[in-house]
Every structure is written in C-alpha cells, then in structure tokens.
Design a binder for this molecule. Structure first.
Ligand SMILES: Cc1cc2nc3c(=O)[nH]c(=O)nc-3n(C[C@H](O)[C@H](O)[C@H](O)COP(=O)(O)OP(=O)(O)OC[C@H]3O[C@@H](n4cnc5c(N)ncnc54)[C@H](O)[C@@H]3O)c2cc1C
Length: 277
C-alpha cells in the first residue's frame, strides 16, 4: 500500500491514497474498522453524538479523477469531491441547472458547505440533495474494483454497492421542464428539515416526485406520480395517496404525520399551480 499514513489521537490512522484502486484496496483490506472520508462534516456530527470513529479513515481528497465539473449539451458531470460551495457558485452549474445551485445553498451553513462534498451528501444516503437528484434522474459513476455507471435510485437501494466509492454524478439538464425543490424547516439553520421535497414536470406531461428528511433515505413517490398522470386526477385521492406514500418517520421533535401533512400540502400547491383540476 502506498498511501501515506498519519497517526492521530485515539490511535486513528488516516490514509491518503492518490488513486481510486488504491483507496478501494485500503477499504477492502482494513474492513470492517475503516471508512471513506471526503469533507468529514457528516462524520463530525456522528462523532459529536458519541458514535466512535473507525480506526482507519481513508481520505478521498487526493484522488484527482473525483474532481472537476464539465457540461455537454445534455448532461452535467460533477466530481464527487466538489464542495457544496462550488455547487452553489459554479457558473457552469448555475447556467445549466440553476435549481441544483439553489438546492446546494440550502444545505447547512457557509462554513460547512466549504468542506462538505457532493459525494459525501450522496453517500450518506440521507443528504438533502438526494430528492432533487432523484427527480432529475441523476446517475452515479462508482468504483468497486471497476468503474460502473448506474442510476442513483438503484444505487440507493442496492446493498451490493455498500462499499463502492462514489466518483462522479451525471445530471441531465432538464431543459424546458419546471423543477421545484423545497426544504421545509422550522428554522433556517442548525436544525434538521421537517421534509425535503422535489418535483419535475416532464415534457411528456408526466411528473417525478421524491421526498426525504435527515433520518431516512429519500424515495420516489411512484403511486402519487401515477395518479397525477392519469387523466382527470382527483385532488382528494392524490392527497390521500401522498399521506400514505410519503416515507417519513417520527423523531424526538415531530411526528411522522406532521411531516407528511407539511410535505403533502406543499406538493399539492405545486401541482395546482402547474394546472391542477
Ligand atoms: C452543522 C452541520 C449542519 C449540517 N446540515 C446539513 C443539512 O442541512 N443538510 C444535509 O444534507 N447535510 C447536512 N450536514 C451534513 C453534511 O455536511 C453533508 O451531508 C455533507 O454533504 C457531507 O459531505 P462530506 O464530504 O462532509 O461527507 P463525509 O462526512 O466525509 O462522509 C459522509 C459519509 O459518506 C461516506 N463518503 C464520503 N464520501 C464518499 C464517496 N465519495 N464515496 C463513498 N462514500 C463516501 C463516508 O464514509 C460517510 O459515511 C450538516 C453537517 C453539519 C456539521
């Protein structure tokens, strides 16, 4: 192994590989007491909560192929190490996918965003950007012995990719389609969202909807999408379906029903604005 090793307090070892295959080998060889680290902002929260860090941390920050932003006529390709500040400010992202820049602005606070990465937000499986990436049909390039490209929705539920390194995110441009993203909260900062919802009105009159919040992996709302797409959709039926389908959980501060009502009301308002019944 060529990764440089740093010994830190609590006997934690930080590995700094410069290539994907080297990082992946370290993760394999040091399992199970190892994890990948990008900005380490989410890991910091977990450590603050008393969840002990792994003994080995494999920093991905030296892997250049996980950096860089490029755009084609149809897609944006964003390196997983891109910070949320860059996602917010980058002119290519702003012009090709303004909704994504705005969504990045709603994650955490400026000091956190300057360290936090897009890859970490995705790999956590609970990040606030996930509902938007789901409705945009984002795909991931992941490394697990080889590079693979797969839909974000599949990666989120497929346990075969638990150890994969997320290297890039490919996002279609969604030109000419209205996209909405709402992070519903009781305060702007330092509090988990009540709900995070996203929707995309497709060119063919279809819709994509997704929702999540800090403690759960977001999901597409397929039943609700199907009701919207049926001709002559009934608002009461759609509202009831949303209340059943929204995958929300209670926490110490609010019930699942409270979250669902807040999210369903906002989604219904967006659907009505688009030309509801
Ligand atoms: C005060 C505070 C407020 C926050 N507010 C929000 C918020 O409003 N919304 C929100 O979504 N998040 C929030 N976070 C969490 C966090 O900042 C973001 O989710 C961030 O994008 C995580 O990125 P990171 O690079 O720091 O990930 P890390 O902490 O480095 O890693 C997060 C997880 O992903 C894994 N990982 C990291 N990179 C990769 C990769 N490329 N491939 C595979 N696995 C990887 C790690 O092993 C770890 O399990 C907050 C954090 C703090 C400290």
């Amino acid at each position: 192994m060529n990764g440089q090793v740093t010994k830190a307090r609590m006997n934690i070892q930080l590995w700094r590989p410069a290539a994907l295959d080297e990082a992946y080998s370290l993760l394999e060889q040091l399992a199970p007491d190892v994890c990948a680290v990008s900005g380490s902002t989410l890991l910091q929260i977990q450590w603050d909560k008393g969840i002990l860090p792994k003994q080995h941390l494999v920093s991905l920050e030296g892997i250049n192929e996980m950096r860089g932003i490029s755009a084609s006529d149809t897609h944006l390709s964003i390196g997983a190490l891109t910070t949320l500040s860059e996602c917010r400010k980058n002119s290519l992202i702003k012009s090709a996918l303004g909704c994504f820049s705005e969504a990045a602005s709603a994650v955490a606070a400026p000091g956190i965003r300057s360290r936090a990465t897009l890859g970490g937000n995705i790999a956590s499986k609970i990040g606030d950007l996930l509902p938007l990436l789901l409705v945009l049909d984002a795909e991931l390039i992941v490394y697990q012995k080889e590079l693979m490209r797969l839909p974000l929705g599949d990666w989120l539920i497929d346990e075969d990719f638990e150890t994969a390194i997320v290297t890039r995110v490919i996002i279609p441009r969604a030109e000419g389609e209205r996209v909405f993203y709402r992070k519903l909260g009781r305060r702007q900062a330092f509090t988990g969202a009540v709900a995070v919802i996203a929707g995309r009105f497709l060119k063919d009159d279809g819709i994509s909807l997704a929702a999540g919040h800090a403690d759960i992996t977001p999901e597409r709302l397929m039943e609700s999408e199907a009701i919207w797409m049926a001709s002559g959709w009934n608002p009461h039926e759609l509202y009831e379906t949303l209340m059943r389908e929204l995958p929300f959980a209670a926490d110490a501060f609010m019930s699942a029903a409270y979250r669902k009502k807040a999210a369903a009301n906002v989604i219904m308002a967006e659907l009505m604005a688009e030309g509801g019944e």
